[in-house]
Ligand binder design. Structure first.
Ligand code: F6P
Length: 399
């Protein structure tokens, strides 16, 4: 039977798009697979835009995603769509300078989506990339955000996918450092990522048996660190494991940075581990070694937890698009997966609460946060507790 132009259009599958933006994180492919599977079952065709938002600009780069080309990617690290945190849409918030999206780029995005008949776009990203998503939404583009970052610094969601995998890598590194530190009686310093939040350092430090954990949210001193090393010495423990977040400020208040790019770019943090080692060696005449874990904590496959979280985020993102609930970000608020306004989600970063349950547990174990917990305050007066974050309560047990 001959199909007229109109009938053909009516029979055509509805299309949604997806892109992965910003630094990669384990679980991105699990989201892509989850979106393709659930959207296909719901009757959609999925277009994947390449290299983050860049793929939306001329020359447009995309691929039609289906069961075949997304098969087997659940456990793979990275993203089959590619990503960039250095593109033309640079838009960063938090401690970095906030930059908007140029109007001509917004026009190009609208043109691309309309020409490809894409009725809604899933943007998977961290704070910077989701700020771009919000700018697109403000310009009338139908978007839904999925929170991704190993840093776990997005407020409104208790966990982002990628975080658990990064913590697992950092914990594995600490387990390995533990045996060599103990054998040589050394001070071992592990520098981990996380930007201006100490989540990775704190969780890995607890999970990997760290003796000192230094995070951006708590002001520390060299005296505090040295006190812990000598206290351990006097207990017959002649080695110490220190976990330091790349964004932890020096006692003088400075960040240690690798690179300060021009306006709009993100400062590249890194190097605090070596600064610590030099100072500890000078003060205590102790042998220190430094490991900067770097991108090893971002590469590789996702943990089971991250696969489940990423898959649930994917399913809910498709549902939101199908319900035409745009301008929302998926959020994990145990035990529920919910959605919040993108605008609210990007308005503040989630940082460690210096009086929160993890810090209190660490202190109760004798882990040093590099401060003097009795005489000092938390050192981070502007720290807020995270909406929806899990706190520990005791409940009565009935026989
Ligand atoms: O935001 C994720 C993250 O891995 C941070 O923890 C880190 O500071 C940064 O990205 C590194 O970015 P790049 O890939 O540009 O080195």
């Amino acid at each position: 039977m001959f199909l007229g132009r109109l009938e053909f259009r009516e029979r055509k599958k509805r299309r949604i798009g997806i892109l992965t933006a910003g630094g990669d994180a384990p679980g991105l492919n699990a989201v892509i697979r989850g979106v393709v599977k659930s959207a296909t079952l719901a009757g959609y065709e999925v277009i994947g835009f390449c290299r983050g938002y860049e793929g939306l600009l001329a020359p447009v780069e995309y691929k039609i995603l289906d069961y075949r080309n997304t098969s087997g990617i659940l456990s793979q690290g990275g993203t089959i769509l590619g990503t960039t945190n250095k593109g033309r849409f640079q838009c960063t918030i938090g401690e970095d300078q906030r930059v908007g999206v140029a109007p001509e780029l917004l026009q190009q995005v609208k043109k691309t989506l309309s020409e490809l008949d894409v009725e809604g776009l899933i943007c998977v990203g961290g704070d910077g990339s989701l700020t771009v998503a919000q700018r697109l939404f403000e310009a009338g583009i139908p978007v839904v955000g999925v929170p991704k970052t190993i840093d776990n610094d997005l407020s409104s969601t208790v966990f982002t996918f990628g975080f658990d995998s990064a913590v697992a890598s950092a914990t594995d590194a600490l387990d390995r450092l533990h045996t060599t530190a103990a054998s040589h009686g050394r001070v071992m310093i592990l520098e981990v990522m996380g930007r201006h939040a100490g989540w990775i350092a704190l969780h890995a430090g607890i999970a990997g048996g760290g003796d000192v954990i230094l995070i951006p949210e708590i002001t520390w001193s060299y005296e505090g660190i040295c006190r812990q090393i000598t206290a351990r010495d006097s207990m017959g423990k002649n080695f110490t494991l220190i976990v330091v977040a790349e964004g932890a400020q020096l006692p003088e208040g400075d960040h240690v940075v690798q690179e300060v790019p021009p306006l709009g770019g993100q400062v590249r943090l890194g190097g605090i581990g070596h600064r610590l080692a030099a100072e500890i060696e000078r003060r205590l005449d102790r042998e220190c070694r430094v490991v900067v874990l770097g991108h090893l904590q971002r590469g590789g496959g996702p943990t089971a937890f991250d696969r489940v979280l990423a898959t649930q985020f994917a399913v809910h993102a498709v549902q939101l698009l199908s319900d035409k609930k745009y301008g929302q970000m998926i959020a994990y608020r145990p035990p529920h997966i919910e959605s919040v306004r993108l605008e609210d989600a990007i308005s503040k970063l989630s940082r460690v609460n210096p009086h929160g349950p993890e810090v209190r547990s660490a202190r109760a174990l004798g882990i040093s946060l590099g401060d003097d917990p009795v005489s000092s305050g938390c050192g981070a007066p502007d720290c807020e507790s995270i909406p929806g974050s899990i706190s520990m309560v005791s409940v009565p047990v009935f026989a």
